[in-house]
Ligand binder design. Structure first.
Ligand SMILES: C[S@@+](CC[C@H](N)C(=O)[O-])C[C@H]1O[C@@H](n2cnc3c(N)ncnc32)[C@H](O)[C@@H]1O
Length: 287
């Protein structure tokens, strides 16, 4: 480790800017959930007489064209040789991830997340959209914590996020369930590892990461999602996770932020931006 210790570093920025500042071979696990660009395939809301419509709204960020090819070189560059790369994706983009990444790793594969409570198909004219894909990449000797034959199927079932886990404000249409994320993080990383999510939304991967004593770097371009992610992750840290004895939750008013607790390293008093500057601006290696 370098001369600061830290548990999370969450930033509000375009992650194109952030990733360029991350040193080569420094991330243990890139685990991320980028836009799927499925908005163009949506048929919009479905009106139901006397009931609220079935909501097919797709977020504005999903309507912006997303090019996996723009991220591939940096993902490969920043990942440690024994690291893992897991990307949530959809049928319309998995081929692009495969084309860009398959030749650059010893193994590429995929997982399925089966949602047990998908939106019903009112007009019964097709399949329910009950599956999401996770594209996976690694090299020989990668970090891998095999649980048991029964638990290592590349198929995971759970409901989509519901209250109380689902945030009411801001609502994030792609909020992922913590149970799924925790299982993947347990398998593909070790305590103390650095997990990077350049599309963190409301920070679900970060919450799962700090719960399992991993370190987390997350970025979202949207201020509301960023603040929600920061709050969720800091709340989780304040509950039970102290990796390093110097890291404590202290009461400190923050005018930009809706809660009064921030997590700092008491020995140096570093904030997320300072962590960012120290870790990324310098050429310090992580280990
Ligand atoms: C699929 S969502 C992630 C949801 C997240 N897994 C969760 O559980 O909340 C993708 C996120 O990427 C963000 N995003 C899109 N383009 C971005 C960019 N260039 N830099 C940073 N964030 C970006 C969007 O604001 C959106 O919140």
């Amino acid at each position: 480790m370098n001369n600061i210790d830290w548990q999370k570093c969450v930033l509000c920025d375009d992650s194109r800017n952030v990733i360029k500042r991350i040193p080569d071979n420094s991330i243990d696990f890139i685990f991320t959930d980028p836009p799927y660009n499925i908005g163009k395939y949506s048929t919009g809301n479905i009106a139901l007489p006397g009931r609220s419509p079935i909501n097919n709204d797709v977020a504005d960020w999903d309507k912006i064209d997303f090019y996996p090819e723009e991220w591939i070189d940096d993902f490969v560059r920043i990942l440690k040789p024994n690291g893992n790369l897991f990307i949530f994706t959809s049928y319309n983009q998995i081929g692009r991830w495969y084309n860009g990444l398959d030749a650059r790793f010893d193994t590429t594969n995929f997982m399925i997340w089966h949602k047990t409570n998908p939106v019903p198909k009112i007009f019964k004219a097709g399949f329910l959209n009950s599956c999401e894909m996770i594209f996976t990449c690694w090299n020989k000797c990668h970090t891998w914590n095999f649980i048991s034959q029964a638990e290592m199927h590349n198929f995971f079932e759970s409901p989509i996020c519901m209250r109380p886990e689902r945030l009411p404000n801001p609502k994030h249409p792609a909020q992922k369930p913590i149970a799924l994320l925790k299982k993947i993080i347990t398998i593909a990383s070790n305590p103390g590892d650095i997990i990077f999510d350049p599309f963190m939304g409301v920070g679900s991967i970060g919450v799962a990461a700090v719960t399992l004593k991993r370190r987390f770097i997350g970025v979202d371009i949207n201020h509301r999602y960023y603040y929600a992610a920061k709050q969720r992750i800091e709340t989780e840290i304040s509950k039970n996770v102290i990796i390093n004895e110097n890291i404590r939750v202290i009461e400190e008013p923050n005018p930009n932020y809706n809660i009064n607790r921030i997590c700092v390293d008491e020995s140096s008093g570093v904030s997320d931006i300072e962590i960012f500057n120290k870790v990324f601006a310098s050429k310090i290696k992580f280990e």
